[in-house]
Design a protein around this ligand. Structure first.
Ligand SMILES: Cc1cc2nc3c(=O)[nH]c(=O)nc-3n(C[C@H](O)[C@H](O)[C@H](O)COP(=O)(O)OP(=O)(O)OC[C@H]3O[C@@H](n4cnc5c(N)ncnc54)[C@H](O)[C@@H]3O)c2cc1C
Length: 390
């Protein structure tokens, strides 16, 4: 029984988003995952991080920070290119690289709020892979409630002195730089107390924990970061002091849509893999695909996946004109991460015992997908946001 990857099945509702330039980029991204990532997945999982030079290879191919302006090392292209890279990672059933967080989240903070010097200092190196970036918000004592951040940054002459720690930080182990949410004030309105600092991982007093032992996504380096009297030049402040919370809000719709794109692609990949499997596997002298139960399960999944595809693509159209409502993005994140979990669970069932064996991609998808309902704002927080529209 083969465990090689199947390409996603075309949706019943045709997609309309991409032109031939996008498709050429997709071909490059697909080759990258097929040649550089998939053959190394097991090793990445054992060492709990990708090889450092994977970032440089991605940079050479123009896969990092493509949406950044050309003067800062990007290609100045639209966010459909980000969508394509995320989809191809999903179709490769890879959860080890945190490239989207680097290119589509951290780079945006610097591009949106950084001054010319900050952009020149970091973005070109992020685009080549010379610098790996992380975003550090969550702390041991606070995640959903960002206003509870305790990592402090206190001015001392021209520097901030940073003390505290962060947890569950994607790209944390390999990062060369992190945009860190720090507390710079003590006003009654907690949202006015937060600021964003760019912290060089080489700074004295900045240390990293070992990659955390997660349930899934084992090849992705997620770790703790510790700050012990780290001296950070004031010039590394992003935007204005006390505006951290508001800066974090600016791209929230996009960040939630990213998770929805990951989940949609993940569900499509799991489904394609399962269709392939049930057509090959035999029981009672017939293929598993010939049982009515299998056909109905596949029809149910196909319908749900197609509905998800139409919603994500519509969200993306609105995102391209910067008119995606934050609640619609929250709904996409909540609903599609739930859908992915349900689909992958059914897919495991249709694989029988092999679906429970980690050498089969579907088993990895089963453990990897769970985090989507937790990070980028838990699904409960998404429902809070959606309920406020009523
Ligand atoms: C694999 C992975 C990667 C991550 N990467 C990063 C990263 O790169 N950077 C980063 O900063 N963080 C990262 N995180 C952290 C992630 O964003 C947080 O775990 C998440 O925001 C939840 O915070 P918490 O873990 O403190 O849970 P809590 O906030 O303690 O939540 C516990 C439970 O309470 C519920 N809850 C909380 N508040 C409410 C409410 N108001 N109403 C109803 N229910 C509520 C939650 O939904 C959840 O079910 C990552 C996490 C994981 C698992």
């Amino acid at each position: 029984m083969s465990s090689t990857l199947a390409r996603p099945i075309d949706p019943m509702m045709p997609r309309k988003l991409f032109n031939s330039d996008h498709e050429a980029f997709r071909a490059t991204a697909r080759r990258f995952f097929e040649q550089e990532v998939i053959p190394n997945t097991e090793r990445y999982e054992q060492q709990q991080h990708v090889d450092r030079d994977l970032w440089n290879k991605a940079g050479e191919l123009g896969l990092l920070c493509a949406t950044m302006p050309e003067e800062f090392g990007g290609s100045g292209v639209d966010r459909l290119y980000s969508m394509i890279l995320i989809e191809e990672q999903g179709y490769a059933m890879d959860s080890s690289s945190g490239m989207s967080l680097h290119s589509d989240i951290v780079a945006n903070y610097i591009n949106n709020f950084g001054n010319q010097e900050q952009k020149m200092a970091w973005l070109p190196k992020m685009a080549t892979g010379e610098v790996v970036a992380a975003i550090a918000m969550t702390e041991p004592g606070t995640g959903s409630d960002l206003q509870g951040v305790r990592t402090t940054a206190v001015l001392d002459g021209d520097d901030y002195i940073v003390n505290g720690s962060k947890i569950f930080i994607t790209n944390g182990y390999l990062c060369d730089m992190a945009v860190v949410v720090v507390k710079t004030g003590n006003t009654e309105k907690g949202s006015n107390n937060l600021s964003l600092l760019i912290i060089d991982a080489k700074s004295a007093g900045f240390t990293k924990g070992k990659p955390l032992n997660k349930v899934g996504m084992k090849g992705q380096d997620t770790c703790e970061l510790f700050f012990d009297n780290v001296r950070v030049p004031k010039s590394n402040l992003l935007g204005m002091e006390g505006m951290g919370f508001f800066m974090l809000m600016k791209e929230l719709a996009w960040e939630r849509l990213i998770v929805a794109i990951i989940c949609q692609a993940g569900a499509e990949a799991a489904f394609a893999q399962t269709v392939k499997y049930v057509k090959e596997r035999k029981a009672f002298g017939k293929t598993v695909s010939s049982f009515q139960n299998t056909r109905f399960k596949l029809a149910e999944m196909r319908s749900e996946i197609d509905m998800g595809r139409v919603y994500v693509d519509r969200c993306m159209e609105l995102q391209l004109t910067e008119s995606l409502p934050i609640e619609a993005a929250a709904a996409a994140k909540y609903k599609l991460s739930d859908m992915f979990s349900k689909v992958v669970d059914e897919c495991v069932q249709l694989h029988g015992g092999y679906g429970y064996m980690l050498e089969y991609p579907i088993a990895r998808a089963y453990i990897d997908n769970r985090a989507n309902r937790i990070y980028a704002g838990t699904n409960e927080i998404m429902k809070e946001l959606i309920s406020r529209t009523l």
